[in-house]
Design a protein around this ligand. Structure first.
Ligand SMILES: Cc1cc2nc3c(=O)[nH]c(=O)nc-3n(C[C@H](O)[C@H](O)[C@H](O)COP(=O)(O)OP(=O)(O)OC[C@H]3O[C@@H](n4cnc5c(N)ncnc54)[C@H](O)[C@@H]3O)c2cc1C
Ligand code: SF4
Length: 498
């Protein structure tokens, strides 16, 4: 047992890796109210509880796990039983930071678990002056400053990106990429207890989204290391070429499945980056794939994290396209079985069955659909956070409000990520399995994405016509001879499941 003086570190469930632990006693709190307030995916609740309980079981001498109604009650219970001070590491969301402050901890240490610091981001912002905060520029700067994939101050391979090698359409005639099925953790007694606890909570009226299923993602440090090794050994080489492609029977393709262990704080982004770079330097992976992965981690992930803080709380309320439709229940509940349109059916199926899909499904199917149909960005923000196993407030701001739904009027993305069926036909194999035809925009077989794309442009013309990147699209819209019929058709189809 630990002594009764000194400081105990209170860790949130996304601070579970070694870099949050300075060797003293640790406090973990499982707060039931978190799951009462919002309807989370059942598998997400499982991952969080399993991660907490595994962390406690890994080191019972040092870790106290308190199960309570709220975090505040958990802290009070700990304080009643111990004279130790509590400290914490800056939490990853505003509400959590406010709570920690309110509870009067002795020290709140600066954030950990990131590749770059807030100071580095702020210096970059200041240096930009009036220029847009482009991810690509941020990414290049991080690589230069931290000497990642660099040689003599220049990017390895002589260029910053390998889009030409990456972003291929899915291989023709294949149903799966030629990579082994990703490693999957073996559930243990702790998982069985978590499952039982979730069953009890459900019986007591706490609702969850989606289906239960075998645990798919790492929740301990050693599982996270295994997941990383498995990705580097078996999928890294095909990651780059097929990162934007979809084969619907293969939900994971060559993706890393590392967002859960990264977001639980079990892996440090720097170790993922270093290990990937090592593979390239040892000639065990292509530069295009390694660059593609590193771009996701020190480019996108860090950028999105800093933007959450930089853009402020009001950013999450932005709705520049005036989208106020409450998404229908079949969408929010991921009732894939009610949907005929193959791309949306399979994408909602991933959400229902796994609480996971890779980024093209999130962006070009689910967000694209929500944007075309005018779903409220705030409701979608909340949905993505609840329905995905890796959803956290800091990830949502830029990905959902900014990129996915263009609710910031173009601060992040230079044009809305909205597309018709032609994009989905090229980059996925959904359309072969569909009752609709991606080429048709009017009639019984008209693809709801193709028709939805034109109806979106028609409906949002006033708000978007100043965007020069949409000029060609608007010119084409003006030439559509069936435009009125198309708009009327989409009005009639309304928000029923396509
Ligand atoms: C609308 C939308 C919602 C998203 N919601 C989430 C979310 O809730 N949680 C989340 O972690 N990511 C989110 N992403 C980003 C990305 O889709 C996921 O990180 C990725 O699909 C997770 O699967 P993976 O680990 O197999 O990723 P890989 O494709 O293997 O990518 C490697 C890693 O890069 C990081 N990454 C890549 N892109 C992003 C990004 N845009 N933002 C942040 N990290 C990124 C992740 O940590 C990921 O594990 C979202 C993207 C969009 C467009
Ligand atoms: S035809 Fe349209 S609705 Fe069907 S899968 Fe293709 S893009 Fe989706």
């Amino acid at each position: 047992m630990t002594d009764d003086t000194g400081t105990t570190r209170w860790l949130f469930a996304d601070q579970l890796g070694p870099h949050f632990d300075d060797g003293g006693p640790l406090l973990l709190i499982e707060a039931r109210s978190v799951f009462e307030r919002r309807t989370y995916h059942r598998q997400k609740a499982h991952l969080i509880l399993s991660a907490l309980h595994h962390r406690a079981a890994d080191d019972p001498e040092r870790v106290t796990l308190i199960r309570s109604q709220t975090y505040a009650e958990g802290v009070a219970t700990y304080r009643d039983s111990s004279h130790r001070d509590l400290d914490a590491i800056a939490a990853t969301s505003r509400p959590a930071r406010r709570l920690v402050e309110k509870l009067g901890l002795s020290t709140i240490h600066p954030e950990r678990g990131w590749f770059t610091t807030p100071g580095e981001f702020q210096a970059w912002v200041t240096g930009r002056g009036d220029k847009r905060l482009l991810m690509e520029d941020w990414y290049r700067g991080v690589r230069s400053r931290h000497d990642v994939l660099m040689a003599d101050g220049k990017p390895e391979g002589g260029k910053w990106n390998f889009d030409h090698d990456n972003r291929l359409p899915p291989p023709k005639g294949e149903t799966h990429l030629p990579v082994p099925t990703p490693w999957q953790p073996v559930e243990d007694d702790i998982d069985a207890q978590v499952r039982q606890q979730l069953d009890e909570w459900e019986a007591q009226g706490i609702r969850f989204l989606g289906h239960d299923g075998p645990r798919r993602f790492a929740v301990t440090r050693s599982e996270a290391e295994t997941a990383l090794d498995d990705f580097l050994d078996n999928r890294l080489t095909l990651f780059g070429p097929y990162e934007d492609a979809v084969l619907w029977r293969d939900p994971f393709m060559a993706h890393s499945l590392l967002s859960v262990p990264l977001n639980l704080g079990l892996l440090h982004p720097a170790e993922v980056v270093a290990r990937a770079e090592e593979r390239w330097r040892a000639d065990q992976a292509t530069l295009a794939s390694v660059e593609g992965l590193i771009r996701q981690i020190i480019g996108w992930r860090e950028y999105v994290w800093h933007l959450y803080w930089h853009l402020g709380e009001s950013y999450e309320l932005r709705n520049e396209l005036d989208n106020t439709v409450e998404p229908p229940t079949w969408f929010l509940e991921a009732s894939a079985e009610e949907v005929d349109a193959a791309c949306l059916r399979h994408s909602l199926g991933y959400v229902r069955d796994l609480g996971y899909s890779h980024h093209i499904v999130r962006l070009m199917v689910l967000s694209n659909w929500a944007l075309q149909r005018g779903y409220s960005p705030q409701v979608m923000n909340d949905w993505f956070r609840r329905a995905f196993v890796d959803g956290y407030p800091w990830v949502m701001t830029a990905n959902v409000i900014g990129m996915g739904l263009y609710a910031d009027g173009g601060e992040m993305a230079t044009k809305p990520y909205v597309s018709g069926g032609a994009y989905l036909k090229r980059m996925t194999d959904f359309c072969g399995d569909c009752v609709y035809d991606p080429k048709l925009r009017v009639g019984e077989k008209a693809c709801p994405f193709t028709a939805g794309y034109w109806a979106f442009l028609d409906g949002k013309r006033e708000l978007l016509q100043g965007n020069h990147r949409l000029a060609t699209a608007f010119r084409t819209l003006d030439k559509l001879t069936d435009r009125a019929a198309l708009v009327e058709q989409e009005r009639r189809r309304g928000h029923s499941a396509p």
